[in-house]
Ligand binder design. Structure first.
Ligand SMILES: *[C@@H]1O[C@H](CO)[C@@H](O)[C@H](O)[C@H]1NC(C)=O
Length: 359
């Protein structure tokens, strides 16, 4: 795309691509900052559970017992949790933790009791990289359908729970529209009001419909046609003249479609599978009791392979003439195979020895 056209056009395309790229990256950053933050708070909660049974280590003295009750809320426990928040390879995660270490201390020592939900306090309210569930964008706007049931429960709201996104719904299969209350082709509204929609699948015969049966089609699907009772019924493509299949194939009808299958090798044209469905027999086959059977040319009264030292081999639909054992084909005649021992090949060990002796 960039390799053709005048220089200005090429530069323009470059600039456009860069701008679009930047816009996409910026939008993605807002979503990914939230997902990084969520990962951190999820790992914090895991670390909190993991350290629940721990203590300062060592024996179980009275002094330890006293200390043990304090490990729960200790700085040491916090540090142990903080150490396990990020994969070492995740730059974004480690950066977010490093930049906000003090915040974790503040929450740990001062806010935990009043704000037990760390994700809400840290990611939503303090860092403001996330939004509450069901809301999106810089101001945490409610998704279409309200934050309780984004997209009326029939889709995903873009940017849901993050400071990014545009709040548009991507509807589940069968649903469409800005509100995910409409049904796509092949589905109909089984239930519907301003806030709730249930889309059910049409009958296989319908492209569009307003009910579940083949009589409720608005339009028949390809391979189906309306009958005189206004229902969509299967079209029998195989009954068409000419047949939709090739000469050496037969047609198999199915609901809404058809397929073409190869005839048996015994047939020349057929109406179904097997050698008993032939229209005529293929060369080398003949009718025997209602089906096409291979002709054994070798046993026919009219003799074949009549040359001397020839034998006949029957094959499917034909036969071959072979030379008998000890004979081989030479220009269309079967001649006796020369005995290996009687052959004197030049350059053989014997010949070489002989020439040595002569010298
Ligand atoms: C819409 O339909 C649903 C399901 O039948 C029902 O729960 C809801 O109360 C209805 N809402 C309105 C506004 O009628």
């Amino acid at each position: 795309m960039l390799s053709t056209g005048p220089l200005q056009l090429r530069l323009l395309s470059c600039v456009t691509i860069l701008l679009v790229f930047h816009a996409v990256v910026a939008k993605k950053d807002l979503k990914s900052a939230c997902s990084t933050c969520r990962q951190i708070t999820d790992n914090f909660n895991k670390g909190f559970d993991r350290t629940a049974k721990q203590n300062f280590g060592g024996g179980n003295t009275a002094w330890e017992e006293r200390k043990l009750s304090k490990y729960e809320t200790s700085e040491i426990r916090l540090v142990e949790i903080l150490e396990e928040l990020c994969e070492s390879s995740s730059f974004e995660c480690n950066q977010m933790v490093e930049e906000n270490e003090e915040l974790f201390e503040t929450w740990w020592f001062k806010r935990k009791t009043k704000n037990p939900d760390l994700h809400k306090w840290f990611c939503v309210e303090t860092l403001k990289v996330c939004c509450p569930k069901g809301t999106f964008g810089p101001d945490c706007t409610a998704c279409v359908g309200g934050s309780e049931k984004p997209c009326h429960g029939r889709g995903a709201c873009d940017g849901d729970g993050t400071r990014g996104g545009n709040g548009k719904c991507s509807c589940d299969h069968g649903y469409k529209g800005d509100h995910c209350l409409d049904c796509t082709d092949g589905f109909f509204n089984a239930e519907r009001n301003d806030t709730f929609s249930l889309c059910a699948e049409c009958h296989a015969a319908c492209k569009t419909c307003d009910g579940a049966s083949s009589q409720d089609c608005d339009e028949c699907k390809e391979g189906w046609e309306e009958d005189d009772q206004e229902a969509c019924v299967d079209v029998n493509e195989c009954a068409r003249d000419p047949s939709p299949c090739k000469e050496e194939e037969y047609c198999l009808n199915s609901e809404g479609s058809y397929s073409c299958k190869a005839c048996d090798e015994a047939c020349s044209g057929c109406s179904g599978a097997g050698s008993d469905e032939c229209q005529a027999c293929a060369n080398g086959y003949r009718h025997v009791e209602g089906s096409c059977k291979d002709i054994d040319e070798c046993s026919e009264p009219e003799a074949v392979c009549t040359q001397e030292h020839q034998e006949c081999l029957n094959t499917h639909g034909s036969y071959r003439c072979l030379c008998s054992a000890g004979f081989q084909d030479q220009d269309g005649e079967c001649v006796q195979t020369q005995d290996q021992d009687q052959t004197e090949e030049p350059g053989s060990p014997d010949a070489a020895e002989n020439s040595h002796g002569e010298l």
